[in-house]
Design a protein around this ligand. Sequence first.
Ligand code: HEC
Ligand code: HEC
Length: 277
Amino acid sequence: MARMLSTSSHNAWVNLLTSWGAACALVLAATASAAAPASSRPTPVPGPAAAAPSAPSTVLAPAPALAPASKADTMAQRLLACTACHGPEGRATASGYQPRIAGKPAGYLFQQLRHFRDGRRSHAAMATLLAPLPDAYLREISEHFASQDLPYPAPGQRPPPPGEARRAEALVKNGDPARKLPACAACHGALLTGMQPAVPGLLGLPRDYLIGQIGAWRTGLRHATEPDCMAGISRSLTPDDIGALASWLSAQAVPVPAHPAPAPTRPLPQDCGSVRP
Ligand code: HEC
Ligand code: HEC
């Protein structure tokens, strides 16, 4: 039920923001082409942003793109279109679904932006915003959010009952050798704050978001770079495991500081395309 409610209010948000997001996409695209050297400017593709009825006819017109950046034109201002959903400075809101993006490993954020732009992850408003942006600009956006070092709020979720907590903690710390499931912590870091350059932390994320992501891997809606280790891991988890993991993870306090662990010196327990150089 909680999932249904948050999904419908989330959809209302998306509807509200899709038309406005189209206008923001123009600003992002204009600043992207202004930032890129002439030789690497993408050919503007008339995507959904251009087709939106509210979009002005001067879609991707060169004038604003070529105007010199004013002092006030900071990266943070250009990314207001993102922080409307992801919270001020990308630190997430109380909506119950939008994930925090501040402080995540830059390599991870970059790959996710490419996945949304190129259809390997699915979110209509984000796809519209990102469609015209070249990789170089996505990298800049990722570095901007990765460099944000902001405190996390106390967890909003109550811990699950002891049985569920034990099941979740065992999977997180030891995995389940009988199912060839490695410990989540082996890749997501001993403190679960992620690992450089491309494994995200698992704490400070809404319960519904965690369930949504594991579910999306199981149904093939979310893809990572091949070999997609999380697809196999998600399919080995039972619905009870997923419920327990999401409840337990979302109830943990985020350690201070919450920096991702350094890159591993030994190979991860499974090959993940996301972390290959
Ligand atoms: C309309 C609301 C909305 C807007 C606008 C938006 N996002 Fe998102 N974003 C979401 C939602 C919802 C998700 C989770 C989608 C899913 O279920 O996979 C998400 C996911 C992400 C993720 C993946 C996070 C993770 O932990 O895997 C990144 C990175 C991201 N957004 C960055 C951005 C950037 C950068 C912008 C601006 C260009 C932006 N978003 C604009 C709603 C939004
Ligand atoms: C072999 C390494 C490995 C193991 C073990 C592993 N993960 Fe992951 N996980 C990853 C990688 C790599 C990513 C980033 C994938 C991508 O690029 O989209 C990821 C991403 C995720 C995400 C998406 C987070 C976000 O912000 O969207 C969730 C949720 C997740 N893992 C949960 C788990 C859980 C729960 C376990 C234990 C049951 C686990 N993972 C075990 C490597 C691993």
